[in-house]
Unconditional design. Structure first.
Length: 172
């Protein structure tokens, strides 16, 4: 997801470019398993400091249910808004100060703006934090590990801790 922004950097503040995205992001991160391409619109706006990238993006990822550990797909929609800073002046080629700027937000010396790392971070941030395949997911049996969504497991109740026996007698 690289974009040449040399002409945009030569433009006056406020100049814009807009692009439609339809990118395969399968190799983005080993923890992110997309099942659909990343789609949406991204807009680059020239600012005094560099280029502001904004957009609304969508994909579908495969994630694991926290209760039953089964994989399922879930949509991920997010709005992107990050300002990228050039490392070299587009007209003179002189190096520009970039200290304090995150590496992922730098426009390289060839004036290529790379959205890959930013999109990866947004996907991690916006995907479901406590994913459930279904609100009524029964999870796994704590004794035998059977998926309780497939039916009861037949295990006895969880063994009682004998240290609580005296308290149970008081409650009777």
């Amino acid at each position: 997801m690289k974009f040449n922004v040399a002409q945009l950097l030569k433009s006056p503040t406020g100049a814009r470019r807009e692009y439609e995205l339809d990118e395969d992001i399968g190799s983005l991160d080993h923890d992110i398993r997309p099942t659909a391409p990343l789609t949406g619109k991204v807009r680059f706006t020239r600012t005094a400091a560099g280029v502001l990238a904004t957009g609304s993006l969508h994909t579908v990822v495969e994630i694991e249910c926290r209760r039953c550990l089964q994989s399922f797909t879930a949509p991920v929609d997010f709005d992107l808004e990050e300002e990228f800073v050039p490392t070299t002046d587009v007209t003179t080629g002189a190096a520009l100060p970039t200290e304090g700027t995150e590496q992922a937000l730098l426009i390289d010396e060839k004036h290529m703006l790379d959205l890959t790392e930013v999109v990866r971070q947004y996907l991690i941030l916006y995907r479901e934090q406590y994913p459930l395949c279904d609100e009524a997911c029964a999870g796994l049996c704590p004794v035998c590990g059977k998926n309780l969504n497939e039916g009861p497991c037949g295990c006895q109740d969880v063994p009682q801790d004998p240290r609580w026996e005296a308290l149970r007698e008081l409650l009777k």
